[in-house]
Design a protein around this ligand. Structure first.
Ligand SMILES: Nc1ncnc2c1ncn2[C@@H]1O[C@H](COP(=O)(O)OP(=O)(O)OP(=O)(O)O)[C@@H](O)[C@H]1O
Length: 888
């Protein structure tokens, strides 16, 4: 919040009422928060907060005073949740200033305190999709220079998932930014001020990758110190050493985690019981996908926000039955496995289930009623679960034995492992259903959530109020007879308690022992000593039973939280079971096959299909996907496939298909192909199309070159590299030269399996020089009516580019098309002439050296020189002259 605002508040505070002074104190303590001040049945906002919130939430702006100097707006307390969620989604933070005393019982001003600060990363968003995670991230740095280590911690409060990692050395910062771009947390914590020379608030060029994180929260610098933060982690988990969590020797990661816990405490987030573990993770233990590739390949989100999710691989592969399974699918897409053992174990289990319809269906059916175990547990821990949620938890727990039994029907190692190790949590299920009634009320305060027989006193009190109410009915009956007033009623309201109500017309018939309580327009209300006695009995009984219900519920909650670790473990296993079931279902349904995975440099698939495009074509009735094959071998060649062909021919689809099939196979899924052989890939790199960085003020070409630099600097011979139309964003010869040199570097130095789609036909000449490069082309058929795309990929370079043909199909005016044809002819003629004039030997040379005309002159002069006839002095002169020419 701007300084000006704070000054305004300070000025206003000088002459404020006591309630407003509490408000100003809260505002001073939480200057970056909107303060929601509870006054009676409303939350009120004042001054700049009121102006902003009334605009954002479209509320009426009023004022506290006649002069309208104190703007104000409010939302009803009971409906506040919706408004709060909206503000949080927009990235705002909110401090709740609550009444700490019952206004009815206080004579002076009610005491108010900030009880909780809600921020995007610490509040639960009920509209969050089952597969999405709501991460709060925390990043800090230890050391300096090359010894710098960045620590990153991530917490999803809705499920309790808590993990941390590190990025060390020179590439550490870039690694951190990339990981944040992939994880996309809703809120990022960092130490205020400049850290390690870079500003996490996103003001420096290198921090542009953090633009997507809407809420960035700076906390005091000292919070991000090992001395302060690391002990917080040890205390939270009640351990002496962090080695058991894999955090031994990872102080930066532990520090980031500790700073996050500090923040949770500072914002008064209670109930962190379900955050019962912290895991150190390393990206190298999985197939690495950088943020650019995750985006380009549309693994979990469409390339451009707002587009249909149907273009994502997640959407295509999501046949999971449970929210946990969906989340694991999403996480696996972002981090496919890199170890052969893990992949094989999954593939074997998928194969077994894919081949057995009956058992597979039994398994999937057994998960029918399984709700979000992790999120329900999260709500219990955060004390936002009522009796209904606890009952929902019980229903889910009740399904587990069925799931376990279905898993045990399978025999392969992974299924056996899961079936034997999963805890069906029967004791917890039994504990809940023993305590809570089958159809509990929404809120505990409504009463009647706890079963009969759980607590003797509760049963007695309930009996008492039941008999009390019966007695009241009897009184009503008796008094009607005694007074002869047929319409006499015993009624109840919160202010007057129980009373006898008689219409005005009958008031004369009221006996003298009735005490008048209240007079209304049409009726009179009375009480009697007998009625008062019952009233006290009933109300005390109700009050007391409310207390007992609360106590029992709290005890149940505590016992459930004691078992939080077991529940989370089971939830993880259910997720794995569900995911394997989903893969098996897809394999059987869509005719996918088991890939052969090995430690080698091979990537080969026969008659493969792009899973997303194929599904979309099927759904829209848009024809059949044309299958294609790939053969790559980093060691024996071909390592580089250079794909040419017309626009719209299917080059990009072919490239993406290759990457998607690798991701799927390394996740342990079957793949849409006749056959696939995959030597494990350590990392997928993509450089495809323009990205929305342009909107952030970096040119398309700059983005392209930055991404290409990252590939050339870090790819290994076990990586898969996809380059689509590289060099397009600059002058033709610059672009061509860069593309040429890049292909050579990938081929000669890196040896990564590379798919390179290009419109530069000149590049196809590289096949003569680079032994492990093969030309491929996408085919078209020329017909009388124009070209037809066949989408088949075959060996050889494309003969023509058909750019003008495609432009015609796109509807460019005929005049422009005709003129373009003329211009093209002129250029082609000039080129042919040039080639004809050169000798055959020169022709070949020209192709190779067309980018270096200057050096060609030097080479020619050297070739002409008669070395034997030169004196040493002449030789020196020649050398000096050549050098001068080179230097220009
Ligand atoms: N194998 C295939 N079978 C059926 N349709 C395909 C196939 N490959 C691509 N297509 C369809 O052809 C269209 C163009 O594909 P794609 O974008 O891959 O072409 P491209 O060669 O990369 O074009 P450009 O060079 O203009 O980027 C897409 O709509 C795609 O769905």
């Amino acid at each position: 919040m701007a300084n000006e605002t704070v000054t305004n508040f300070a000025e206003a505070a000088a002459g404020a009422t006591p309630a407003m002074r509490q408000y100003f104190a809260a505002k001073e303590q939480y200057p970056d928060c909107l303060v929601f001040c509870r006054i009676g049945d409303f939350y009120e906002l004042f001054y700049e907060d009121a102006i902003l919130v009334s605009r954002v939430l479209q509320l009426t702006l009023t004022a506290r005073d006649r002069e309208k100097k104190q703007p104000m707006c409010g939302v009803p307390y009971h409906a506040a949740e919706v408004y709060l969620q909206k503000l949080l989604r927009l990235g705002y933070k909110v401090a709740l200033l609550e009444q700490m005393e019952d206004p009815k019982l206080t004579k002076t001003v009610v005491r108010r305190e900030v009880t909780r600060v809600l921020t995007p990363g610490t509040a639960l968003d009920p509209t969050l999709g089952a597969e999405q995670s709501n991460y709060l991230a925390s990043a800090g740095v230890l050391g300096s220079g090359a010894a710098q280590v960045w620590g990153l911690a991530l917490l999803d409060l809705s499920t309790g998932e808590f993990r941390a990692t590190e990025f060390a050395g020179v590439g550490g910062w870039a690694g951190l930014v990339d990981e944040l771009g992939r994880v996309r947390p809703v809120e990022l914590l960092y130490g205020s001020g400049l850290l390690g020379g870079v500003n996490l608030a996103g003001e420096s060029e290198t921090a542009a990758g953090l633009d997507g994180i809407r809420t960035k929260t700076a906390v005091e610098e000292w919070v991000f110190t090992a001395d302060h933060a690391v002990p917080l982690v040890r205390n939270h988990f009640k351990v002496h050493s962090l080695d058991g969590m894999g955090l031994g020797g990872h102080e930066a990661a532990a520090m980031a985690a500790g700073a996050l816990l500090h923040y949770m405490r500072a914002t008064k987030q209670g109930g962190l019981e379900h955050v019962d573990g912290l895991r150190f993770y390393e990206r190298s233990t999985c197939l690495e996908l950088d943020a650019v590739s995750v985006r380009n390949l549309e693994l979990v989100e469409p390339l451009f926000s707002g587009e249909s999710v149907q273009t994502t691989l997640f959407y295509t592969m999501d046949a999971c039955c449970t929210p946990m399974g969906k989340r694991l699918l999403r996480a696996s897409l972002l981090r496919p496995a890199s170890g052969l053992g893990e992949i094989e174990a999954r593939l074997e289990a998928v194969g077994e289930a894919a081949g057995d319809l009956r058992r597979r269906e039994e398994l999937r059916r057994s998960m029918d009623g399984v709700l979000d175990l992790e999120r329900l547990l999260g709500r219990v821990a955060l004390d936002s679960a009522g009796p209904r949620e606890v009952m929902a938890l019980a229903k889910t727990l009740g399904c587990l034995p069925g799931v376990v039994a279905a898993v045990r029907l399978f025999g392969s190692a992974r299924w056996r492992e899961l079936g034997e190790s999963i805890d069906p949590l029967e004791d917890l299920h039994e504990m809940i259903v023993r305590t809570i009634v089958e159809e509990p009320p929404v809120s505990l305060g409504d009463g009647g959530a706890i079963r009969e027989g759980v607590d003797a006193e509760l049963d007695e009190l309930r009996e008492l109020s039941r008999s009390g109410r019966q007695a009241l009915a009897a009184i009503e009956e008796r008094e009607r007879e005694r007074t002869g007033i047929g319409s006499l009623k015993v009624r109840f309201n919160n202010v007057f308690g129980y009373y006898l109500e008689v219409t005005k017309a009958n008031a004369k018939a009221v006996p003298s022992d009735y005490e008048r309580k209240q007079t209304l327009v049409n009726a009179e209300r009375f009480t009697t000593p007998e009625l008062k006695e019952y009233e006290t009995k009933i109300l005390t009984a109700q009050e007391r039973s409310g207390e007992i219900e609360k106590k029992i519920f709290a005890e149940l909650r505590r016992q459930l939280l004691d078992a939080a670790g077991r529940m989370r473990d089971t939830a993880r296993k259910i997720a794995e079971i569900d995911l394997l079931g989903c893969f098996a279902h897809l394999a059987a349904l869509r005719g996918w096959v088991r890939p052969q995975v090995e430690e080698s440099g091979v990537l080969e698939f026969v008659q493969a299909r792009h899973p997303v495009v194929e599904k979309r074509m099927e759904e829209s009735g848009g024809g059949r996907f044309v299958p294609n094959s790939v053969h790559l071998d980093a060691d024996a060649g071909p390592a580089v496939l250079l794909i040419t062909g017309p626009n719209m021919g299917g080059k990009s689809t072919y490239l993406r298909m290759a990457a998607l099939l690798v991701v799927m196979a390394q996740m342990g899924s079957f793949v849409p192909a006749e056959r696939m052989r995959l030597g494990l890939v350590d990392r997928i790199y993509t450089r495809i199309g323009a990205s929305d960085n342009v909107a952030r003020g970096r040119s398309t070409f700059m983005v392209e070159m930055t991404e290409t630099a990252a590939i050339l600097n870090t790819a290994t011979n076990r990586s898969l590299v996809l380059l689509d139309e590289m060099g397009r964003g600059t002058a033709t010869y610059d672009g061509l030269s860069l593309a040429w040199a890049t292909v050579e570097h990938l081929h000669d130095r890196i040896g990564a399996r590379t798919l390179f789609a290009t419109h530069y036909h000149e590049l196809t000449l590289l096949a003569d020089r680079l032994a492990r490069l093969t030309n491929l082309r996408v085919t078209v058929k020329e017909t009388a009516g124009g070209i037809v795309f066949l989408h088949t990929v075959e060996a050889g370079p494309a003969s023509k580019s058909y750019g003008i043909e495609v432009a015609r199909l796109a509807g460019l005016p005929t005049g422009v098309i005709a003129r373009a044809r003329e211009v093209l002819k002129v250029h082609e003629r000039a080129e042919t002439q040039q080639v004809r004039e050169a000798s055959p030997a020169q022709g070949a040379q020209m192709q190779m050296t067309m980018f270096t005309p200057l050096s060609q002159r030097i080479v020619d002069r050297l070739a002409e020189a008669d070395v034997d006839g030169l004196t040493p002095r002449e030789a020196l002169n020649l050398l000096a002259e050549l050098q001068r020419e080179l230097k220009g």
